[in-house]
Design a protein around this ligand. Structure first.
Ligand SMILES: [Ca+2]
Ligand SMILES: [Ca+2]
Length: 172
């Protein structure tokens, strides 16, 4: 059951990603001066909710959450960048393209940490509402806004991309 849920989520999220990649309205954030406003991350979080809610019950459960965490980490490593879907598609490159194939132990580490993270935001009902999901995503983004200027730029962007790819700071 669990394997099936993850498989379905992977297919759905990858399906959307390939649509995103064929979109011509794109930009890539490549240099230190480039920045993304936190509002843009919020738009991305809102759009992604419906993709991640595979069974369309307007909640993200722990399996959907763990699956999206793993899929986004794999996609970021495979592509060498993180995709942000706002009015346009924005690519945030990883500083060094990592080895994308995840070992079994790394997959286990990522999903175990994701499950733990899930309950911090899901509340007592053990499910994430639309609001809880966007709050979780924005809290994650704000952690990277070290100078508190409501923009993610330079090293903040790189660190954000590494976080989505679930790379450890020591590098992989
Ligand atoms: Ca759901
Ligand atoms: Ca900032």
């Amino acid at each position: 059951m669990r394997t099936k849920a993850i498989f379905i989520s992977t297919a759905a999220i990858l399906g959307t990603a390939s649509v995103a990649l064929s979109n011509t309205d794109t930009r890539t954030v490549t240099d230190k001066r480039s920045s993304i406003e936190i509002d843009q991350f919020e738009a991305d979080a809102q759009k992604s909710f419906y993709r991640i809610d595979i069974n369309d019950d307007d909640k993200i459960d722990i399996e959907e959450f763990a699956a999206q965490t793993l899929v986004h980490a794999e996609l970021a490593r495979f592509n060498g960048y993180v995709t942000l879907e706002t009015d346009e598609i924005t690519y945030i490159p990883l500083s060094n393209r990592p080895q994308y194939e995840l070992s079994l132990s790394e997959r286990t580490r990522i999903t175990t940490l994701a499950r733990r993270e899930f309950y911090e935001y899901a509340g007592d009902d053990g499910e994430m509402s639309f609001y809880e999901w966007t709050s979780y995503k924005l809290a994650d983004v704000r952690q990277h806004d070290r100078d508190r200027d409501s923009r993610i730029e330079g090293d903040e962007l790189t660190d954000y991309a590494r976080q989505v790819a679930r790379l450890r700071h020591s590098g992989v």
